[in-house]
Design a protein around this ligand. Structure first.
Ligand SMILES: [Zn+2]
Length: 236
């Protein structure tokens, strides 16, 4: 597959990525760097001359070269150069890639170093979509996205859905129970009332034992236990 994205002149819409198969054209003249599909491999350290040639070559690509840009900027930064000096500008001296967008690309690049770019069906924008997730989670999602071959838009939806998950439920509010006047949690059954029900049931059982017509009648010691329990403040 190839597109003509790299032939566009002027300011492109950088929010849109065009999938391109490497067609490095003039870049292939630069023997010091390998322009692989998803990465740049620098065979020597940067020099002013090399930086100039890469800048010129890459400036022709306004879309779909985020890995190249990211790796180039990172190499500049890591070699002590001011990488922002090499964000491409158009003929009217306006940035073709905004600084914030360039920062995002570099951040995605740093999060997914060349050896992490292992998903054959995904492109840079997929990685960009999960950049805010922690690493393990991001790779789990990318792995699934790769298997299902989902679009960047679908992946963005998934990530949004993950972020919209409700926070842990807030602490229940303490109220005074309208039935028993004891403290209770709002929206939860009142433990005071439940205790009252249990106590009434227990008392009824004791009374059944003591006064129920049984043959033979309960032994003395059972009556004594019932009396003690029935006389207890807790269950009167
Ligand atoms: Zn209650």
């Amino acid at each position: 597959m190839s597109t003509v994205a790299h032939n566009e002149e002027g300011r492109g819409d950088m929010t849109e990525e065009t999938q391109v198969v490497p067609d490095t054209g003039e870049l292939s003249q630069i023997k010091e760097v390998e322009f692989r599909e998803d990465r740049l491999v620098f065979n020597i350290g940067l020099t002013e001359d090399l930086i100039e040639r890469i800048s010129e070559g890459l400036a022709k690509f306004h879309k779909g070269r985020q890995w190249y840009w990211g790796d180039f900027w990172a190499e500049l930064r890591n070699s002590g150069y001011e990488w922002t000096d090499h964000i491409p500008w158009d003929s009217s001296d306006r940035p073709i890639i905004s600084l914030s967008r360039a920062n995002t690309w570099l951040m995605v690049r740093d999060k997914f170093l060349p050896d992490d770019r292992i998903y054959k069906n995904l492109r840079f924008s997929h990685y960009e979509a999960v950049r805010s997730l922690e690493n393990v989670g991001a790779h789990d999602i990318l792995n699934a996205a790769d298997g299902a071959k989902i679009s960047v838009q679908e992946l963005e939806e998934v990530v949004r859905g993950m972020k919209d998950k409700p926070e842990k439920p807030k602490k229940p509010k303490v109220i005074v129970c309208a039935h028993c006047d004891r403290p209770a949690f709002d929206d939860l059954p009142c433990t005071g009332c439940m205790l009252d029900v249990a106590t009434r049931e227990f008392k009824k059982t004791l009374e059944d034992i003591k006064y129920g017509e049984q043959a033979p009648p309960p032994p003395e010691w059972v009556i004594e236990i019932c009396d003690r329990a029935l006389g207890c403040d807790e269950i009167t």
